[in-house]
Ligand binder design. Structure first.
Ligand code: FMN
Length: 221
C-alpha cells in the first residue's frame, strides 16, 4: 500500500490556491493508487514550534542532564521523521511568503533535517537517507514570474533541502500570478492543474519489437 504525505503550509484554509492545487494532486494520486493512504500534516492547523535549545542539544548529540525529561521537540521530531520515512511520495503545498517559505514550514524543516535520522556524515560528506522517496512541490506566488523572481528562496530552497536528505526525484508545479486579477489567476491555476494532470497521464506502452523493426525499416527507406 502506497502512502502520500501531504504537507500544507498556507496560513489560509479558505481561498488558498496552494491547497486547491494540492487537492487536485491528491485526488489524482488517490485515483491512481486505490487503497493508498494519505497522511495530512497541516502546518497552519498544527504548527510546529521553533526549535528550542534543549531539542537542539539532543540533535547535536550533547548529553542530557540526568533526570531531565526528553524535550518535547525531540518527540515531535521523531514523529515527523517517522511520517517522512513511511511515505512513498511527499506533496508540499507551499506559498511564497516574503520571497521564501512560510515560517511554519521552515520550523518543520528544522525538526526533520536531523543527523543520524535523515542524513549522515560519511568521509566528511553529507549523505541523505530518504532516497526511496519522491516529492511534488506545489509552489504558489502572488506575483507574475519575471526576472525579479530571481530572488526566489522558495523553490530552490525546497529543492536543496530535499536533496540534502536524499530526495532528488522532485516535480515542481509552480503557479504564479495568484494575487493578480481573477482572469489571470484563473488562467494560471488552469495551467498548473493541466501540469498536474500530465503527471498522472498514462504512459504509452513500450513499442513491441515488431513495431520497432517496422519503424526502423520505414525510417531507413
Ligand atoms: C505574508 C505574505 C507574503 C507574501 N510574499 C510574497 C512574495 O514575496 N512574492 C510573491 O510573489 N507573492 C507573495 N505573497 C503572495 C502569495 O504567495 C500568494 O498569494 C499565494 O497564492 C498564497 O498561497 P495560498 O493561496 O495557498 O494561501 C505573499 C503572501 C503573504 C500572505
Amino acid at each position: 500500500m502506497k502512502t502520500l504525505l501531504r504537507i500544507d503550509a498556507s496560513a489560509r484554509q479558505r481561498g488558498s490556491c496552494s491547497r486547491q492545487l494540492a487537492d487536485c494532486f491528491q485526488a489524482r494520486w488517490t485515483a491512481k493508487n486505490p487503497g493508498g493512504r494519505v497522511v495530512v500534516r497541516d502546518l497552519a492547523q498544527s504548527p510546529v514550534p521553533h526549535l528550542d535549545g534543549a531539542t537542539m542539544a539532543v540533535f547535536c548529540g550533547m548529553p542530557a542532564p540526568p533526570d531531565a525529561a526528553p524535550p518535547a521537540g525531540v518527540a515531535l521530531s521523531d514523529v515527523l521523521i517517522a511520517e517522512l520515512r513511511a511515505a512513498d511520495h511527499l506533496l508540499f503545498a507551499c506559498p511564497m511568503y516574503n520571497l521564501g517559505l512560510p515560517s511554519p514550514l521552515k520550523a518543520y524543516v528544522d525538526h526533520v533535517v536531523r543527523r543520524g535520522h535523515t542524513f549522515v556524515v560519511e568521509d566528511g560528506r553529507f549523505v541523505g537517507l530518504l532516497g526511496h522517496t519522491s516529492a511534488t512541490l506545489v509552489a504558489t506566488r502572488g506575483a507574475i514570474a519575471s526576472p525579479t523572481l530571481a530572488d526566489d528562496f522558495q523553490i530552490p530552497y525546497l529543492r536543496a533541502i530535499l536533496a540534502f536528505i536524499g530526495i532528488d526525484r522532485v516535480e515542481v508545479i509552480a503557479a504564479d500570478g495568484m494575487a493578480q486579477e481573477e482572469a489571470v489567476r484563473a488562467q494560471r491555476l488552469a495551467r498548473a492543474q493541466a501540469q498536474i494532470d500530465r503527471l498522472f497521464a498514462p504512459t504509452p506502452p513500450e513499442p513491441t519489437r515488431r513495431e520497432r523493426d517496422t519503424l526502423h525499416a520505414g525510417n531507413s527507406a
